[in-house]
Structures are given as structure tokens and as C-alpha cells.
Design a protein around this ligand. Structure first.
Ligand code: ADP
Length: 258
């Protein structure tokens, strides 16, 4: 359970792209927040400034009571799980080994270098694999699994860290619609049952409607909406998507109703 606060956080990439204009927001512990916006809106940048996969050009990120900085980054990152669009697994390694990668941050020096895991790590890995429904896949090569199963491994790798905060960057963009729902159900359940603050970026309005409690809408690196999911009216969607709003929404209608 971590509270997250952004205070004037901005990111301009080398080359001058202002991906995120100064942004301040607060995310309550244990909440499930959807970042919604079209491709290029700055969702990924915002998420990645939280765990400093991107260094903000300005502003401060606070997690719990602590400002994220070089001194506490390692310790804080240890409690932040990240789930990626393309899963970021090592395909030729088995599922168990991929999951155990999530434990590396818990070990220092040689133990981590030599991948020396103890009974507790392996027990924890089994527990999270059971949590994501992959008990029977532990010893299979990761690249033999379906996309949905691979994303479950990605989620297990994040959970094995025992995170207080889970960041999921377009976690369902590489899977089919039915699988997207399963993955989103899993993330929502993890947030609700385990009390892990969860921030998920999505570009699909229907998924945001179905799963978001609070939705933060981004366009051009700016927050253009921040409120409960019921506030996603047509004018708001126009602010988030511009001309593309109707198409995006229509495209997802089957998913919303199905
Ligand atoms: P989203 O996740 O909403 O698709 P991103 O945060 O990935 O948006 O991108 C926001 C803007 O920043 C886009 O214009 C994108 O091209 C640009 N951008 C993202 N990453 C980089 C980078 N590493 N270097 C330069 N520009 C980038």
C-alpha cells in the first residue's frame, strides 16, 4: 500500500520532445487508477518517472513519505512492481527463472550475481505462480506460452517482489480481447485483495470504463481529465482523444458489451 505523489513532474526527452508537461497529482494507497490516452499522450513517460526508468526533467515524485532520489532508489524500486506491454521475459528461460528474476532486488552482491536463491524465494515464486494460475507451467520455457500466459508470468515476476505499488504499462495491448479482460480482472483483483496500489495505462476507453475507479486522461503530455470513471462523457473523451474519440470508443464497444 503506497501513496504516490507527483509534484510538478515534467519530462522533456533529449531532442526536445516535451512528453510530460508539469504534472501534479496524488494517488491514494490501495487505489486502482487508469491512465487513459491515445498513443504518444505521455502515459508511459508518466509511469516511468514514478520508478525512475525515466529521470524527470523537473519536479519530485514521492512514494509513501519519501521523495524518490538516488539515495533511496534501489530500496524503493524493490517495492515497485512493473508490468510491461511486451512482457519483457527471457524467452529461452523457464517460467520459474523468469519469476525469480523479480527476487534479485532482495539479494545483494554475489548472491544476486550468482542467482543464489533460497527456499523462501522458491516458495514465494510458487505462491505467486499459483496466484496467477500458472502452477503447471513453472518449468516450461517462457516463449512456449501464449501471450496471455506470458503476461501472467510478467505479473508473477512483479508480485514476487512483494510490491507496495504496481505499475502496468499497456499490459493488455499485446493480447486478444478476451485475454485482455482476464489480465485486467487479475490486476483489479490483486489491487483489491492484496491492497497493492495499482496504476495501469490503457488506450482503450471500454477497458477504462470497465475497470477504472479513477481515470486520469492524458493528451499531449497534459492531464486533461481526472475523476471517477462516470465522468468519461463525450466532451471529456474529445479532450482526451480529439478527433479519434468516436473511433476509439466504437472500436471497443464489443469488448465493453461482450
Ligand atoms: P504513450 O505511453 O501515451 O504512448 P509515451 O510516454 O510513450 O506516450 O510518449 C510521449 C511522447 O514522448 C511521444 O511523443 C513519444 O514519441 C515521445 N518519447 C517517448 N519516449 C521517448 C524517448 N526515449 N526519446 C524521445 N522521445 C520519446
Amino acid at each position: 500500500m503506497s501513496r504516490v505523489e507527483l509534484i510538478g513532474v515534467a519530462k522533456t526527452y533529449d531532442g526536445g520532445v516535451a512528453a510530460l508537461h508539469p504534472t501534479s497529482l496524488e494517488i491514494a494507497p490501495g487505489s486502482f487508477v487508469v491512465l487513459l490516452g491515445p498513443s504518444g499522450a505521455g502515459k508511459s513517460t508518466l509511469l516511468r518517472t514514478i520508478n525512475r526508468l525515466e529521470t524527470p526533467s523537473a519536479g519530485e515524485v514521492r512514494i509513501g513519505a519519501e521523495a524518490v532520489g538516488p539515495a533511496n532508489l534501489r530500496q524503493l524500486r524493490g517495492r515497485i512492481g512493473m508490468v510491461f506491454q511486451h512482457f519483457n521475459l527471457v524467452g529461452r528461460l523457464n517460467v520459474m527463472t523468469n519469476v525469480l528474476c523479480g527476487r534479485l532486488g532482495k539479494h545483494r552482491g554475489l548472491a544476486s550475481l550468482l542467482f543464489l536463491m533460497g527456499r523462501a524465494d522458491i516458495d514465494k515464486a510458487h505462491a505467486v505462480l499459483a496466484r496467477v494460475g500458472l502452477t503447471d507451467k513453472a518449468w516450461e520455457r517462457a516463449d512456449r506460452l501464449s501471450g496471455g500466459q506470458q503476461q501472467r508470468v510478467g505479473i508473477a515476476r512483479a508480485l514476487v517482489q512483494e510490491p507496495a505499488l504496481l505499475l502496468a504499462d499497456e499490459p493488455v495491448s499485446s493480447v486478444d480481447r478476451a485475454t485482455a479482460r482476464e489480465i485486467m480482472d487479475l490486476l483489479a483483483d490483486i489491487c483489491r485483495s492484496d491492497g497493492i496500489t495499482t496504476i495501469v495505462s490503457l488506450h482503450q476507453v471500454a477497458l477504462a470504463r470497465r475497470y477504472g475507479e479513477r481515470v486520469i486522461g492524458l493528451n499531449g503530455g497534459r492531464v486533461v481529465f481526472d475523476g471517477p470513471v462516470g465522468g468519461l462523457t463525450e466532451p471529456v473523451l474529445n479532450r482526451i482523444y480529439g478527433e479519434a474519440a468516436a473511433a476509439e470508443d466504437g472500436d471497443d464497444t464489443a469488448l465493453a458489451n461482450g
